[in-house]
Structures are given as structure tokens and as C-alpha cells.
Design a protein around this ligand. Structure first.
Ligand SMILES: *Cc1c(COP(=O)(O)O)cnc(C)c1O
Length: 374
């Protein structure tokens, strides 16, 4: 019997899903003669800001830059001291934390909720010091953080709330979109994200005009007027090609996310195996399932078994922040929930193009999984 090979994500099928409009957008950009800082960037910024329900969107080069530029801008505008601290979850993609370091600020880690992917707001007060200036809330896997609780704690201590929404394009909390739930939000348009470019891209969203202007200036060599440099900035651009591609895909984002939610529902209803459990979601109805994790004490064994059955999986993420060699300075604390996630998480295939039959096939295989010696 020839087994169906199931890739983690079929990027060729993903691009085909947007054709022919996608290639038309590329060809139009090639013919336009404008490749940097042009009308496609401005149009996408307008459309994405309106989609998320915020006043300002600034296109930048990638998600790490989006986070870094928010932090650099806040540091300047609000005159944060050199030893200012930003609280960030111990379980996230490294960019969330690296942005804090790159902005010359100090990351302070907080654990995630048990069995979930987002930071535990109950543990925030113990992490707040006189140097704390912001909380970086990561909507990991597409599940929105407990924002009302985070906001209340932030307000009580005069802290800014920044969203890392790189995995949460279109996610909802009580009818409001990720990207509109804090003081500023960072998005990545890395190709595999729910809204992905065909290369690198990112965006900063905010309702704060002064912050948006500072981010735009710092992303452009610290310049507002050409060849006049007010601040030391960087070069981080959303180019015309990527902007045109994103603008072509944005109208399909809600339908794409609804598809991911259908796939997730099949997994949630179909997987019955005492060795596996699924995530505890903060906002299950608004989650956009960038990643669909199962948690199991025999993760490596399960990954090997699925691979033998032709199903590719990934681990998001195998090492929590405080165990990363680059962050050995943070290694003296322990974060049990983050450590458990890193040891037990396995990401099942999911995308806007994965069909129901493939998903049911994966569920069958999962339900037959047992220990090798059982
Ligand atoms: C992808 C991602 C980023 C970084 O985005 P890049 O565009 O790759 O720089 C940041 N945070 C999270 C949670 C991500 O998943």
C-alpha cells in the first residue's frame, strides 16, 4: 500500500490557493517601476490597519524588527531608563525576547499557564519591579492572551502592553482583533504565518500617532525628512512586492482562518488517545490555530511514529527561553509550565489548504498510537 505522505505544511499548495491573483500582483509590481516605499506599501498598511481596527500601520522588514522598533520607539518617547525591564513569557519563539535585548532593555521572564500557550497573568505581579516598563504578551499558536487581566495589571503599575501577534493574524477576543488589544502590536509576514508574504515582511500596529511616526522614522534611518537624521535608526522596509502580495491575500484571511478552525475542530473532536491531550485555550472561539499542538509525555516517540506513518510534524518549541545558550544569564530561574510545554509539545499539520480527508487520516494514525511495548 502506498501511504499518503503528509507534509507539515505544503507551501506550493498554499501559493496555488491564491492564484492567479497572486502572480498578477507580482507582475503588476514588476511593471510598476516602484519597489521600495511606494503605493502598494501604503495601500496594504491602510487595509491591514482597517482590518485589525487600529488607526496606524507601519510596514517593516520582519516580525523581529517590528517588535524591536516598538520597544526602541517607546524607550525614546517615554524616556525609559537604561535598566528598564520588559516582562515576556518564558515559552515563546526567541524573537519575542531577542527584540527586548536588541532594544537595549532587560527581559524578565514569566511562566505560561499550565497546559496552555500564553503567559500566566496571575504570576505577573511578582515579576513587576520599579524598573518594569512594559508587558510583552505573545498570542502563541494563534490563541489570544488573557488581555483584560494583563491590561488591568499594566494600568495599575503604569506599564505599556505590547502584543506579539506574529502567530495571530485575524484572531479575536470578544469581537476585537489581535493587534488592537494593547498599546502597540507587532506582526510577522514570514511565508508560513497565517498571513504570509513570499519572503520577509512585518508590521507595527498602534492607535498612537506619535508612536507610529517614531517607528516609521526609526525604520528609515531615523529620518522624517530625506537626508535629515534625527535619531540613529535602522533600515527595515516592507517592499512593494511583499506589500502587493499581502494585499492580495488579506481579503482571504478570514476564510483561511475559518478553514484552520474547521481543521482544528476535527482534531479536537476526533483525537481520542489517553496518551495525548490538546491545549487549554484562552479564547477557543477566537483562536486562529497558527499551530495545532498536542501534548504528550512521549513526544519524541510520537513524532517518530508519525514520521514512520508518513506524517511530518514540528516542535514549537523544544527549548524554553531560559534554557537557550544565548540566554544563559536567565538560567537560574525555573518555569515549570514552560519546561513541560517544551518537553511535551508536538505540532500537527495544519494550514489553510489542508483537506478534511488528510486530517481524518492523521487522526486515525494518532488514535492507533500506543507505547511500543504495550
Ligand atoms: C515568527 C515570529 C516572530 C518573528 O517574525 P520574523 O518575521 O521571522 O522576524 C516573532 N514572534 C513570534 C511569536 C513568531 O512566531
Amino acid at each position: 500500500m502506498i501511504r499518503t505522505k503528509v507534509p507539515y505544511i505544503d507551501m506550493r499548495a498554499v501559493q496555488a490557493h491564491y492564484q492567479p491573483a497572486l502572480s498578477d500582483a507580482v507582475l503588476r509590481t514588476v511593471a510598476s517601476g516602484q519597489y521600495i516605499n511606494g503605493p502598494a506599501q501604503r495601500q496594504f498598511e491602510e487595509h491591514f490597519a482597517a482590518y485589525c481596527g487600529v488607526n496606524f500601520c507601519v510596514g517593516v522588514g520582519n516580525g523581529l524588527d517590528a517588535l524591536t522598533l516598538i520597544l526602541l520607539s517607546m524607550k525614546q518617547l517615554y524616556e525609559w531608563p537604561a535598566d528598564a525591564e520588559v516582562i515576556v513569557p518564558a515559552f515563546t519563539f526567541i524573537a519575542s525576547v531577542e527584540a527586548i535585548s536588541r532594544a537595549g532593555l532587560t527581559p524578565v521572564l514569566v511562566d505560561t499557564v499550565a497546559g496552555g500557550a500564553t503567559l500566566d497573568s496571575h504570576q505577573l505581579p511578582a515579576k513587576i519591579s520599579p524598573r518594569t516598563r512594559a508587558i510583552l504578551a505573545v498570542h502563541l499558536y494563534g490563541d489570544v492572551c488573557a488581555m483584560p487581566a494583563i491590561r488591568a495589571i499594566a494600568d495599575a503599575h503604569h506599564l505599556k502592553v505590547i502584543e506579539d501577534a506574529a502567530q495571530a493574524h485575524g484572531a479575536l477576543m470578544d469581537g476585537a482583533r489581535a493587534g488592537a488589544l494593547g498599546d502597540a502590536a507587532a506582526f510577522s509576514f514570514y511565508p508560513g504565518k497565517n498571513l504570509g508574504a513570499l519572503g520577509d515582511g512585518g508590521a507595527v500596529l498602534t492607535d498612537d500617532e506619535a508612536l507610529a511616526l517614531r517607528v516609521r522614522a526609526l525604520a528609515n534611518y531615523g529620518s522624517v525628512r530625506k537626508y535629515e537624521h534625527q535619531w540613529l535608526g535602522i533600515n527595515s522596509r516592507l517592499d512593494e512586492m511583499q506589500a502587493a502580495i499581502l494585499d492580495c491575500k488579506l481579503p482571504l484571511l478570514d476564510a483561511d482562518n475559518a478553514h484552520r478552525q474547521r481543521i482544528a475542530r476535527l482534531y479536537l473532536e476526533g483525537v481520542h488517545n489517553p496518551l495525548l491531550r490538546t491545549l487549554d485555550y484562552q479564547y477557543p472561539d477566537g483562536c486562529v490555530h497558527h499551530v495545532f499542538p498536542v501534548l504528550t509525555p512521549c513526544r519524541d516517540e510520537l513524532q517518530r511514529y508519525l514520521s514512520e506513518q508518513g506524517v511530518d510534524t514540528l516542535v514549537h518549541y523544544p527549548i524554553p527561553v531560559h534554557h537557550q545558550p544565548a540566554y544563559r544569564a536567565l538560567a537560574n530561574e525555573s518555569f515549570p509550565n514552560a519546561e513541560t510545554m517544551a518537553a511535551s509539545e508536538l505540532s500537527l499539520p495544519i494550514s489553510q489548504v489542508q483537506d478534511e480527508g488528510t486530517t481524518l487520516h492523521i487522526i486515525d494514525i494518532l488514535n492507533q498510537f500506543h507505547h511500543a511495548n504495550d
